[in-house]
Write a protein that binds this ligand. Sequence first.
Ligand code: URA
Length: 207
Amino acid sequence: MVPAAAAASADAALKSAREAAAACHDIDALKAALAAFEGCSLRTTAKNLVFGDGNPKAPLMLIGEAPGADEDREGRPFVGVSGQLLDRMLAAIGQDRSGAYITNILPWRPPGNRKPTPAEILLCQPFVERHIELIAPRLLVFIGGTAAGTLLDRAEGITRLRGRWLSWRDVPAMAIYHPAYLLRQPALKKQAWKDMLAIQQRLEELS
Ligand code: URA
């Protein structure tokens, strides 16, 4: 495609993502709209749509980056090794998926687990933002730098963003290290533990 035609087609896809997301008034409609959305080419290489998991009525919503191979196979977020660590991090503060809802910035696996491109993130953003609006959590946790940077619209990396209360619109939000990163950098688990305790405390204050 010539560059002008490619830009026009990206604009059209973004417009259609925005319209499709805005038209959804419940979670089932949003899932159906994503399943029908043809503007993102990742859907053609993914096995499954990875929409969300956990309790949609929970006060706590967590948002990761993108599904990996295990999530793609099962159609559920955070079910592989990172997901197992995430479950242990939640268990450490007395939480599990019955008290939390989990999704990702991208609902389809990027081939070979490569990093999502800025264009893919931009295109899927209307859906993840509508997802947050429909879940209406009282507390948001951004798992890793991609989720935090995208939804907070901040350029700083996770090292700077984590560990302090920020907000998404008027919802209190905390960014934490991605469990995949913690598996590679176990020395950071001490800081991650501190962040989880801050989340636990804030949840207690809300209840
Ligand atoms: N990493 C993510 O960010 N999300 C998943 O669902 C799995 C791994």
